[in-house]
Structure formats: C-alpha cells, structure tokens
Ligand binder design. Sequence first.
Ligand SMILES: [Zn+2]
Length: 352
Amino acid sequence: MGRSTPKFFKLIIAGILFSLMFKPAFGQKKILFITSNAEFYGNSKIPAANHFEEIVIPYHLFAKSGITVDFISPEGGAIPLGYINSSDSVQKKYLYDAVFMNKLKHTLNPKEVKAEEYSAVFYAGGGAAMFGVAQNETIQNITKKIYGANGVVAAICHGTAGLAYLKDDAGESLYKAKKITGFPNKFESSCFLGLCDGCPYPTFMKSVSNSTKNRPRRHAGRAGDPGMTLLEMTVVIMVMLTLITVLFFGVQAWKRGSDRAICIVHIQNVQKGVRSFSNLYGYVEGSNVSNLQNHVIGLGKFVDVAPVCPGQGTYSYGANFGTDTIPPTGELYAECSLKTSGEHEPPEHSDW
Ligand SMILES: [Zn+2]
C-alpha cells in the first residue's frame, strides 16, 4: 500500500486515539470522517490533497462492519484528493464506486451535522488536513460533543493537525498526558515550515512535546524509516476498531478487544525493534545474530522492557525460524501464546 507515493508523503502514520470507555453509546452506528477543502499548502502554489488511501482503507473496514460513515469538510462540497494508487485493489474498488465518490463530492458542511448521531470522529490525513480544519470552531464543537459523550476521537497521519486546538471541558488539551506517535519535528520543519503560514502543525507538535514531556523516553529506532508504514497503519486501524467495539458491543467485549489490541501493539513494537536493530547494524533477513533478543529488548535498547501480554499469554521469540535469526519478511519475531485462539495476532503482517 502506498509504495508509489513520494517519500515524504509516504504513510508514516500518526495515530492518536482517545476514549473514555465506560458508558457505551449503544445504537449509534455512525462515524464522522473529517476532511479538508484546502487545495494548496497555505499561500503557496504547491498542491495539497486529502489522502485517498487513508480515507478508503478505514472506510472499507467500517463499511464491512456495517457502520455508516459520513464526511464533512470545513466548507462542505467536493474535496481535493491525492495519493491515489489504483493498482491497490481496495482503492480501485472505491475509485469506481459511484456511491462512495459521491460522498466525497458532496461532503457535508459541519453546520449540517448533528454531533449526537456519531460515535466517533476520524480526522483523515494528507497535506490538506493541515489547513482549515483545526481552526474551524464548528468542527471543534462537533468533536468536543462526541468526545464528551464517550465517543472516540481518532486521527491518522497529518489528520492529527486537526487536534491542535481541541480542549476538554476543563480547558485542558485533549491530548494532554496521552502517548503520541507522529512525524518527527525535524521532518516537519524541513518539509513544511516554509509553507505553513497559519498551519497548525508546528503548534500541535510543540504542544504535544510540552504535554508529553514527562513521559519516559523510548528508543524510537531510525526516524522516518519508510519500511514501517504498513505496519503502523494496520495497528492504528485495528486499535481504532477495537475502541469502537466498546461503543457498539459493550465493556465485556472491549476488555477482550483491548487486551488483544495491547498485545498486538507489543508484538508490533518488538517487530519494529528487530527491524530497527537489523537496519542499524546492516543485518539482512535470515542473518544469525547471537543473543538477538537481548540486543533488541532491554533498557536503552529498541524496546525498553520485555512486554507482558495483558491477557495472560506468554511471548516466544523467533519460535518459527530461530531465536537468534533476523525474521524473514512477514514472520513475527514475538508471538503470543494466545494467537492460536484466533486472537493476539496481528490480522495482517505479511509486510512486517
Ligand atoms: Zn497476548
């Protein structure tokens, strides 16, 4: 997915997921996708667009689960689309789907939307997402209402810019004390700062770094490694689906789903750790590295602490190909013992 897009627009996914999950809002099966009308980066003549794939893939998953998705943009109406890859089967399907494309042609004006009909908002990404969305007070109020009703607030990639000015009822930043993954500051500065007249992204990044300053530092591996993109996206969407589960199916199912999501994030972290380690030291897949697990996991290494499955599973490392072997593509280095019951395994990891 997305392999053909220019490097700095590749899907380095930034996902932020919030929820207060103890009062499920049953019976509300709608999700609001927030998109942008911006056709250029700020005042420049550089074309901007909404990221087609970042709209289509989540839309597809929600549609399959019987969840209705509506679209809004600050001004309503047709939105600019980009990063389209018609060789991808899902994108192709929707590109030629008249009903779906009609929704993008006629995105709703935020003023037409009743927040109480939605259980989640999703800020879609693409360069356009940085312009016109975050400052829109009607959109801010919609999100605030949904969040206040224990809904899910989610964003992908540069969609996170839309969160820049969101505050809760107490006036605190919505992402205060939350853990956030996203584009490194350095990357944002080099790519966007000159274009970003009035763009909320620098504000967002600064605010994020202030509000998360006291969190323990984690070893992030190699910044901006494009090989991690699909891996990130799968997890973000999976976690989002899990959070939405609680809205529709209740807390019991949520606990199971959340254990699963956490476990899969652990597996992902270890996988990223192994890949970062092998990139850094120049090992290819299948290489033998003695004590591989200890090179990857441990304080100050790629994964700070050995993960513990929240559902009482146990992890094995390299069980299928050797503990001291760099995993072949698609093979998981960490596996949870609960994977056999169809749980605690990433749904799609052929590219990991
Ligand atoms: Zn597990």
